[in-house]
Design a protein around this ligand. Structure first.
Ligand code: WTA
Length: 712
């Protein structure tokens, strides 16, 4: 069956898909070809690379990635599967990540910019940090960690840092000592940070007093106090809070420094100036960092990444897929608080010795021309961002790129499916028709890319990430574990058949959950030590076209993606339930032109409690405190009852249908089908009264609404 040109609502029942499969309809897009100029300079332009990384050469093919690094001791085993599915890569090998990202470039490139940092205020000076200076700053901070804290190799330090150069400095200082860093996205609330401190049992928090965002100097230190208090409630004592000052010597926060606990880094630093700390030679499988990812159950998952496998994987994929050359000026506009920033602002680019640009603030501050001015001023060659940012820049400044004289050769999109229309604007207007685009599909858990075109060797297809990256062998399975064929027009669960070096090692402190979430579903034999029996279940829905390109539908479970930030519905709902009056809560995504999706909350109240705007406000406030501003719901609807299955599960897909004015689907299995009409009438008439009736949804949006809550 070939993909149809469906218009209007997608009728899931009207296709050949069985109940175990997901049916999708979409238009096939045409190819775009890489410009000859790009191909001529690409790191991977010889198709022989496909053979080198073909299945017959697996797993040894990945030695080619590891060989891009400098090792203190070479590994004896490329892949050890003896404790499946806890894979070990490059066993016996020893290396240091900080050495690989900095020290090894000094001989040739000490005066080359490693990081160019652009502060948000446009009249403030750009900071150019050379490899030599980065080396000094990392060493001094490592000396401070050694001398002033009890942190030792194998301990965890939590960071709650904004987008400032002190963040990669602190990360690489930890890496130098074998201390595991856990950076929590700076925009997250103090409570969210505190929960992550408690989960990782860190005794040290590294933060900053304030930072610029949308023209304001935001008070950030106040969140450290909330974080420490929250961690304490969960039984973890933070002994030291190290506070960088955004403007050394001036304090940007209203929150008092707690004597004996809080220390200004710039004051402590006087004792460590100029000190050099030898990098600790770490086993390849020693953890390098933890990155928390939202899941469907309340507790976020601490994805633990390795030193050797991770660094090899991000270095290799940066080289071939980001096409990074040492002489490039590469700007990934993600936040280092997300995995994209770890892999493709810090570790990958610096390991390859290129110049990595960091920007502090909002891409649309003071106007939507800002990114293009930065690109023009710094001569950015390679640009990397997310669909949500592209949509926002297109909305606020569709004609801005043309006004600036910059030239990208390569651009990336990551984090959620990109609508073909938005892709074309990115290509034609931002890229001026002259840059290749890679649409890179992967996850916090994966360390680096899983799906993408190899930019000089594959044509691009808007809306599809492309084939699997080299050395990755996916398959799409239905609920019964049967293969879904390429070109069938049917989607299923995308799995990766083989381990790869960037895969996370475990969920911090919860190995059972690791196995259960990612491997149990399709495991063929729990005792097997053969990797072939352990397909990795990515928890994403996907469809493979006849040409082998994948189109990703998003999570098969119920995570809400707001501006590329994945929010677990369970996390949102548990925050609501912290409001005394609330009995039940359900979070659903509502299509939002700029943010992709926004959150809408449905709550029902405890008996005897009257509905009131005060309760709605409390709920919004609680979500903001517990999770962060980005999660603030667009609406909080108070309903008398939720649509539920007979086993009592709230049917989120039904209310998502109501919120988005789409079909609610089959409700015959509900225990209380009557409430559906009541809720629909109430919510939709309120929305219409407030002018909030959405325009007709596109196929993509409909698909997203439909697939939400699918796992139920
Ligand atoms: C989604 C971000 C379509 C997907 C690196 C995945 C994408 C989740 C793409 C991981 C893409 C990411 N096309 N969907 N190019 N990239 N996703 O952990 O659902 O923040 O599972 O990692 O985002 O998000 P995470």
């Amino acid at each position: 069956m070939s993909p149809k040109n469906a218009k209007g609502p997608v009728d899931l029942e009207g296709t050949a898909a069985t109940e175990a499969q997901i049916a999708v309809h979409w238009r096939e897009e045409g190819y775009f070809y890489p410009p000859a100029k790009f191909i001529g300079q690409a790191n991977a332009s010889d198709p022989g690379i496909f053979d080198r990384f073909s299945e017959k050469n697996y797993p040894e093919c990945f030695n080619e990635y590891a060989d891009l690094l400098s090792w203190d001791q070479y590994w004896h085993t490329t892949l050890d599967t003896s404790n499946a599915p806890f894979w070990k890569w490059f066993v016996g090998g020893k290396l240091n990540a900080s050495y690989n990202c900095v020290d090894r470039h000094l001989a040739k490139d000490r005066n080359k910019p490693a990081i160019i940092w652009v502060p948000e205020p446009e009249d403030a000076d750009t900071q150019v940090i050379t490899y030599q200076e980065l080396y000094m700053r990392i060493n001094e901070f490592a000396a401070l960690l050694n001398g002033f804290t009890d942190l030792r190799t194998g301990d965890v330090a939590t960071f709650h840092m904004p987008m400032v150069p002190e963040l990669p400095v602190a990360m690489l200082a930890c890496a130098r000592l074998g201390i595991i860093h856990s950076q929590v996205f700076g925009g997250f609330s103090g409570a969210a940070c505190g929960g992550r401190i408690a989960d990782s049992k860190s005794r040290v928090l590294i933060t900053m007093d304030g930072y610029y965002r949308n023209g304001e100097l935001v008070d950030h230190k106040v969140k450290a106090d909330e974080a420490v208090a929250r961690a304490l409630e969960e039984g973890v004592v933070v002994e030291k809070v190290l506070v960088f000052r955004r403007r050394p010597g001036e304090y940007a926060s209203q929150s008092p420094m707690v004597p004996g606990r809080d220390f200004f880094v710039d004051e402590l630093m006087a004792d460590y100036r100029g000190q050099i700390v030898e990098p600790v030679s770490m086993p390849a499988e020693a953890p390098l960092f933890i990155m928390y990812s939202s899941g469907t159950t309340g507790r976020p998952k601490g994805c633990q990444h390795s030193t050797g496998g991770y660094l090899a994987y991000v270095t290799g994929t940066s080289k071939y897929y980001q096409d990074i050359h040492p002489e490039d000026t590469y700007w990934c506009a993600a936040d280092i608080g997300w995995i994209t920033g770890h892999s493709y602002i810090v570790y990958g680019p610096l390991s390859l010795g290129t110049t990595s640009v960091m920007y502090e603030g909002l891409p649309t501050y003071p106007d939507a021309g800002r990114p293009w001015r930065i690109a023009e001023r710094l001569g950015v060659t390679t640009f990397h961002t997310a669909p949500t940012t592209i949509r926002m820049l297109r909305k606020l400044g569709p004609d801005e790129p043309a006004k600036y004289n910059y030239h990208f050769k390569h651009m990336t999109t990551v984090g959620e499916p990109i609508e073909p229309d938005v892709w074309r604007w990115y290509h034609d207007v931002v890229g001026k028709g002259d840059a290749v685009i890679v649409d890179t599909w992967w996850q916090t858990e994966n360390g680096g890319f899983l799906g993408s075109t190899l930019p000089a060797l594959h044509p691009m297809k808007p809306g599809s990430c492309g084939p699997a990256v080299i050395g990755i062998f996916p398959e799409i399975l239905d609920e019964n574990g049967d293969k879904v064929d390429a070109g069938s027009g049917i989607a299923g669960n995308i799995c990766i058949r083989n381990p790869w070096p960037g895969i996370f090692q475990t969920i911090w402190g919860d190995p059972d959950r690791f196995v259960k979430t990612y491997y149990e579903k399709y495991n063929k034999d729990p005792k097997s030590t053969d990797w072939r029996d352990w397909p990795y279940f990515a928890n994403d829905g996907a469809m493979q076209a006849g040409d082998g390109y994948y189109r990703i539908l998003g999570r098969v479970d119920d995570v809400i993606n707001v501006s590329g930030h994945r929010l677990g519905t369970k996390e949102l709902e548990s925050a609501c339930l912290m409001v005394e009056e609330v009995a039940e809560a359900a979070a659903v995504p509502v299509v939002d032109q700029v943010r992709g999706h926004a959150v809408e909350m449905y709550i029902s109240l405890k008996p005897g409690v009257e509905a009131s705007p005060a309760i709605q406000n409390k709920v919004s406030q609680m979500i903001e405190t517990e999770i962060g501003k980005i999660a603030r719901p667009k609406n909080v609807w108070i309903v008398s009852d939720m649509p539920k299955t007979r086993s009592g599960k709230i049917m989120r897909r039904v209310i998502a249908g109501i919120s988005n004015f789409t079909d609610v689907g089959d409700i015959t299995t509900l225990a209380n089908p009557d409430v559906v009409n009541d809720i629909r009438h109430f919510v939709q008439s309120e929305k219409v009264a407030h002018g909030d009736e959405p325009r007709e949804l596109t196929e993509e949006e409909l698909k997203a609404v439909k697939s939400f809550g699918h796992a139920e």
